[in-house]
Ligand binder design. Structure first.
Ligand code: ADP
Length: 646
């Protein structure tokens, strides 16, 4: 410690991460090296990018790279890079606080996770802090490109870190890990094994082979001494050291597709995304001609925790120009509804000095985006066809986001809607629109759908009754975004898509005429029920679509469905109360009795009570609730009492 040393406390969340990491039983401790090499590789990317506009940041012809050094005497492993480095403020900010919302969620999950904590570490990746899995003291010495001030950051991971200025540092960052002694039960497999050449070689090859910068290490070799003729001299040996590069450095996307092994894709995906899971699928393709580029894209298998974070809707594909990373999350490359797709696009036709601002207006990126979207949709189509079970899991994770493509207006030629999966009255397995159309009955002209809060609610809806009798299938749209999907999706394969809970659904001219005649006949009854419900209902009328139930609620023409109204209200939106239509089943005994009662006593107060009860019951059937539950309960009790008394 020098006089200028300052001690800082870690932000509370950092300390939480650290104690999780330190006390973790996580067995895959070697990933710390992947994380540190990844950080170095990012720092080199940043330097290369900044030096495009400020060439003074690095010397001409300088080699950018990462060096490992194992010091067996002190038990220290060092990882050095000549990348961008950090200023004092950046050190405090980056290694003392937590910026990522992912990590905050990680902590929440860890707090709930109990014994599963170790796994969480693997799943989320805690970046730099994973160094404390193997070290009991970590030192970071760094000098920012363009600055002459060097800084040393030291911590034992016990709540605080020290910062002090250091003279004479080269540009970049040196991370030194004082590897800890083996813990109980760890003998032979303790952190000190990372001082051995073969262990480092193995870990680098496994996790960081494709890192574009050389990861180098001084390697000692002992060989028999040779005489002047090049023959080994018996009993004599000599030790030489040489700098060896441990990784092949070839970016995966620059290699022939057929040569890339699945494991390599897995590790590259993890390097790229910090996601611990394996990707579901990968796509590697190149375009030649007027615009040349290569794209390597991954469909993840599990949704990240922040997928629905409204501030995080940009595409996650990185743009490289001739090996230089220009932008990590280049939003011009994919639309927000494909933001879960991860990967890299490298384009040789864009100028290297392209700025983030000019990217926005570059029509070439629009061209690339078009092709990328098509490729991703084709890939999803083929996975749907060939790997149905896995696709269903993928759909469960990402379907809601993909459907944003429909309501966002990207469903030309049904290209998005045809790869969607839906719940159906046809069985437990999810189905697609093309499969539905295949199964349509002769004479069935429309695709029937019903929205609602859950399968159980929709399945019990009275609106299914007559269709069930006819044997016609209904798609259950139970994802909240489906209401929005329906605002844009009117047709599929030339067939109209009709939501059953809209007032004009599925009624032909004959049926309409019959209904209107009947309504005329019973004008008086319908009128008095309507008067009783005037505040909540725009119309009481008959319907032919019910079989067992006496009544159902549907949306008035152009009005919102009950489900949509509830969704909007729950999300805090100020929606005016919707007046909907109460439809009655004229063949139901109860309705027939009401007709009779009205004939005998048109002013009977029981008519108004019946109206309220029918309305409340219809609300309950669709997953809603009567406005005044207490009064509804009281009416039901009275009714019960009368029936019990006989
Ligand atoms: P992540 O890499 O996911 O952002 P980390 O905890 O690994 O999270 O690192 C936090 C930040 O510290 C990085 O985003 C980067 O800004 C900085 N950093 C870490 N290592 C280095 C390095 N070798 N050179 C420069 N900056 C670094």
């Amino acid at each position: 410690m020098t006089a200028q040393t300052e001690t800082h406390r870690f932000e509370a969340e950092v300390q939480q991460v650290l104690s999780l990491v330190i006390h973790s039983l996580y067995t895959n401790k070697e990933i710390f090296l992947r994380e540190l090499i990844s950080n170095s590789s990012d720092a080199l990317d940043k330097l290369r990018f900044e030096s495009l506009t400020d060439p003074s940041l690095m010397d001409a012809g300088e080699t950018l790279g990462i060096a490992l050094e194992a010091d067996t005497e002190t038990g220290t492993l060092r990882i050095a890079d000549n990348g961008i480095g950090m200023t004092r403020e950046e050190l405090v900010q980056n290694l003392g606080t937590i910026a990522s919302s992912g990590t905050r969620r990680f902590l929440e999950a860890a707090a709930d996770g109990g014994d599963e904590r170790p796994d969480l570490i693997g799943q989320f990746g805690v970046g730099f802090y994973s160094a404390f899995m193997v070290a009991d003291e970590v030192t970071v010495e760094t000098r920012r490109a363009g600055s002459d001030e060097g800084w040393r950051w030291t911590s034992k991971g016990d709540g605080s870190y020290d910062i002090e200025p250091v003279e004479g540092l080269g540009r970049g960052t040196l991370v030194s890990l004082k590897l800890r002694e083996p813990a109980e039960g760890e003998e032979g497999q303790g952190p000190k094994r990372f001082l051995e050449e073969f262990a480092l070689r193995d870990v680098v090859r496994r996790y960081s082979d494709f890192v574009e910068y050389p990861v180098q290490m001084e390697v000692e070799r002992t060989a028999p001494k040779l005489d002047d003729e090049g023959k080994p001299i018996e009993g004599e040996s000599e030790t030489t050291t040489s700098l060896e590069t441990l990784n092949s450095q070839k970016p995966l996307w620059a290699r022939p597709k057929s040569e890339i092994k699945d494991e390599e894709h897995v590790e590259f995906y993890r390097h790229l995304t910090h996601d611990w899971n394996e990707p579901f699928s990968n796509l590697l393709f190149s375009a030649e001609g007027t615009l040349e580029y290569t794209a390597l894209l991954y469909l993840p298998s599990k949704a990240p925790m922040d997928m629905f974070d409204p501030s995080n809707r940009d595409s996650n594909v990185s743009l490289y120009v001739r090996r230089v990373l220009i932008q990590k999350e280049c939003k011009e490359l994919l639309p927000p509804w494909l933001r879960f797709v991860r990967g890299v696009v490298e384009c040789s036709d864009l100028p290297l000095n392209v700025s983030r601002e000019t990217l926005q207006d570059d029509p070439r990126l629009g061209q690339i985006q078009k092709r990328l979207v098509k490729k991703v949709l084709d890939e999803m189509g083929s996975l749907l066809e060939n790997k149905r079970e896995e696709y269903t899991e993928f759909w469960e994770a990402f379907g809601s986001v993909i459907k944003e493509g429909i309501w966002g207006g990207d469903d030309t030629d049904n290209r998005v809607s045809k790869i969607c999966l839906f719940e159906t009255s046809n069985g437990e397995e999810l189905t697609t629109l093309p499969e539905y159309v295949e199964r349509m009955k002769e004479g069935q002209e429309e695709i029937h759908v019903l929205t609602g809060a859950s399968r159980a609610i929709v399945e019990g809806s009275p609106l299914l009754e007559s269709l069930q009798e006819k044997g016609e299938e209904v798609l259950f749209l139970v994802d909240p975004v489906d209401e929005w999907v329906l605002q844009r999706l009117f047709e599929f394969d030339g067939k109209k898509i009709v939501a059953l809970d809209r007032s004009d659904a599925n009624e032909d001219d004959d049926e309409k005429k019959k209904r209107e005649d009947l309504q005329k006949e019973h004008e008086g009854l319908l009128g008095s029920l309507q008067t009783a419900l005037d505040e909540e209902i725009s119309e009481v009328r008959f319907t032919g679509r019910l079989k067992d139930s006496p009544a159902v609620l549907v949306a008035g023409e152009g009005g919102l469905s009950g489900h949509m109204e509830r969704l909007l209200k729950r999300s805090g939106q100020d929606v005016p109360d919707q007046k909907r239509v109460l439809e009655l089943n004229p063949d139901h005994e109860l309705v027939k009795s009401l007709v009779k009662l009205h004939g005998v006593d048109a002013n009977s107060p029981r008519l108004a009570e019946a109206a309220e009860l029918l309305h409340g019951q219809a609300l309950l059937a669709e997953g809603g609730a009567p406005k005044d539950p207490k009064r509804f309960g009281k009416l039901v009790t009275e009714l019960l009492l009368n029936s019990v008394k006989g």
